[in-house]
Design a protein around this ligand. Structure first.
Ligand SMILES: Nc1ncnc2c1ncn2[C@@H]1O[C@H](COP(=O)(O)OP(=O)(O)OP(=O)(O)O)[C@@H](O)[C@H]1O
Ligand SMILES: [Mg+2]
Length: 122
């Protein structure tokens, strides 16, 4: 799969998580933005929601394959979306990180390298 399809998959995973993990008492809101003033050789794009949020103690494990914080009966999925995002972002020389507090929404930050570019489509 080419790099552009892989990046589409990253955004697809993040946006579908924001929809899935919406808070029951709030009108769902998803904001995708470019963070200003990031370093000259990289761009940071944020995917932010107002959903159920994630406790800081789980920040590492959500990027591991098959890790879910809830039972599959509560929220569907096998827990691989974010591990694929991590793999793709690392492969292109970027990264993915999370900022969140339980019940206060989640923000995923995608860091893209600019200077070296991305690997060619092979
Ligand atoms: N936007 C979010 N808000 C709250 N929790 C989230 C959010 N995104 C991910 N999580 C938590 O991180 C876990 C891992 O996310 P991931 O996308 O890897 O798995 P999934 O969505 O459960 O399953 P799959 O992506 O395979 O359908 C989720 O199960 C959920 O507990
Ligand atoms: Mg997912």
């Amino acid at each position: 799969m080419g790099v552009f399809n892989q990046l589409a998959q990253v955004f697809q995973n993040l946006i579908s998580n924001s929809i899935k993990f919406q808070a029951p008492d709030k009108k769902p809101k998803i904001i995708i933005s470019c963070i200003p003033n990031s370093q000259a050789d990289r761009k940071v794009i944020s995917v932010k929601d107002n959903g159920i949020g994630i406790d800081e103690e789980h920040f590492k494990e959500i990027f591991r394959p098959f890790r879910k914080l809830h039972a599959r009966t509560e929220y569907k999925g096998s827990g691989i979306g974010l591990s694929i995002c991590k793999k793709i972002m690392t492969r292109i020389g970027g990264d993915i990180a999370v900022k969140s507090k339980k019940s206060e929404g989640a923000e995923f930050l995608l860091t893209f390298p600019l200077a070296k570019g991305v690997p060619s489509e092979t």
